[in-house]
Design a protein around this ligand. Structure first.
Ligand code: V1D
Ligand code: CA
Length: 435
């Protein structure tokens, strides 16, 4: 195989992973790996809280009921260690998460603990599980173990280096991207959760090695109240951050065509070596916190489009508060990533079958006759504005775009090799374990 390497900005000796320089052959079947920890659905934020980890059990059950586990490698990922979490988060904050319980929470400084981010039983364990799954998924991708890796328990995009935010305690997206940056020159992060991906944007605001693009609802009161188009990055990262602010009621056709226009332009200009896609399902119609008018098919069409780019892909979950619809959406998208067609009638043997009534279908009508507050002319302007911004990116001194000629072999430095081996030992392929 022909091989080339990229020289990072500071002229160090990083040699990128083989998959960093090669896109998957457009005609070859993409190998999919799926990461699910059996305990992740057993945590409770509280009765009044909209975030229900049980949706992950529901999703996993539906994926299995459709037999999709037969078509991919299923891994039980190891929990993230303290040190792994401290790769992004501050030591004091991680120590707080380790020690705090519902009983002793008054003894500690706040770290933004409030009704959005309450202290619950097993909180640190929950963080280790969902972050461990995203790191393992990133690792599997980088070590050429799969072309597409899925972790529906990840995508908690609001957490900050030193505090919790918006139902997110540790930022598994940032941790996974940091891991990918050891192997790939350019990471493209795309966020279709209805909320702005502020935590990920903030973490990579000043670098050109990660480009962040978030589609979200934006107004003066909607959480987290950031994500205006004027937020474009700073320093070396200027123009490597894009925001697509939208209003309530956006429908299938407008969203999908906007998504494809924007992302194809970003892809052509940025030429990412790997993509991380956050698939928050609160952008679906009838979500409890959201206000868009999108169907599961349209949400899935965005995933299909990214898959068709044939670039190594890490797929994560995110928000989503009408839990049967979250399970339907992420199961449908698992099917898309596997090129598997799923019958709309749900398999009757699905555990929690009664959650899916009255229609018991994968595609219930989600489209409310809600007014679309996004005017045609506003929507038409967005890809043009994005294009104008991307033109600046062409002129940016993005050093890692420079290619070194030559047929250098695929070499990973020793520490990365060791790291790869140690994680491989811990990540259990469920089918092999059963056998
Ligand atoms: F409705 C609630 C009931 C109980 C507790 C919280 C909420 C709630 C709804 N929406 N909280 C919110 C948002 N917070 C606020 C702030 C609280 N105010 C004083 C302002 O509006 C937070 C929404 C978080 C969305 C998380 C996410 O969907 O983006 C996500 N992504 O990955 C995981 C979750
Ligand atoms: Ca978003």
């Amino acid at each position: 195989m022909n091989s080339s390497t990229f020289l990072p900005g500071n002229n160090d000796k990083t040699i990128w992973s083989q998959s960093a320089t090669f896109h998957i052959q457009p005609h070859s079947k993409q190998k999919v790996a799926y990461f699910h920890h059996k305990d992740v659905g057993n945590f409770h934020f509280g009765v009044q809280h909209p975030m229900k980890p049980h949706r992950l059990t529901l999703t996993n059950n539906l994926v299995m009921s459709y037999g999709l586990h037969e078509k991919m490698t299923v891994y039980c990922p190891p929990k993230a260690t303290d040190d792994e979490l401290m790769e992004f988060h501050e030591t004091d904050y991680i120590n707080f998460l380790k020690k705090v319980t519902p009983e002793n929470s008054e003894e500690f400084p706040k770290f933004n603990i409030n009704e959005d981010c309450p202290i619950f039983e097993g909180l640190y364990n929950f963080c280790q599980i969902y972050a461990g799954a995203s790191i393992a998924a990133a690792h599997q991708l980088a070590s050429d173990g799969a072309d597409i890796c899925i972790n529906w328990s990840g995508g908690l995009h609001h957490a900050r280096r030193f505090e919790a935010s918006g139902f997110c305690f540790v930022n598994d997206v940032v941790l996974a991207i940091q891991h990918l940056l050891r192997f790939y020159p350019r990471v493209l992060y795309i966020d279709i959760d209805i909320h702005h991906g502020d935590g990920v944007q903030e973490a990579f605001y000043a670098t050109d090695r990660v480009m962040t693009v978030s589609f979200h609802k934006y107004n003066a009161s909607f959480f987290p109240r950031t994500g205006n188009m004027s937020e474009i990055g700073c320093g070396l990262g200027k123009f490597f951050c894009l925001n697509v602010p939208l209003k309530d009621g956006i429908d299938d056709d407008s969203y999908v065509s906007l998504f494809k226009d924007v992302i194809s332009d970003v892809r052509d200009h940025y030429q990412p070596s790997v993509i991380v896609l956050q698939c928050g399902a609160d952008s679906l119609g009838k979500d409890i916190l959201g206000g868009f008018n999108m169907s599961i098919k349209a949400h899935g069409e965005c995933v299909k489009f990214i898959k068709s780019c044939h670039i190594p892909l890490l797929v994560l979950g995110g928000g989503g508060y009408r839990i049967p619809n979250v399970a339907r959406c992420w199961t449908y998208e698992t099917g898309i990533l596997l090129d598997a067609e799923l019958q709309s009638e749900l398999p009757e043997r699905t555990p929690y079958y009664n959650y899916f009534g009255p229609d018991f279908s994968l595609h219930p009508p989600l489209v409310r006759r809600m007014y679309n507050f996004n005017t045609k002319s506003e929507l038409q302007k967005i890809p043009q504005q994005v294009h104008e911004l991307l033109r600046f990116l062409d002129g940016a001194p993005s050093v890692q775009m420079q290619e070194l000629p030559g047929d250098l072999q695929f070499i990973l430095d020793e520490s990365d090799k060791e790291l790869r081996d140690s994680r491989k030992d811990q990540t259990i392929d469920i089918r092999r374990r059963k056998r």
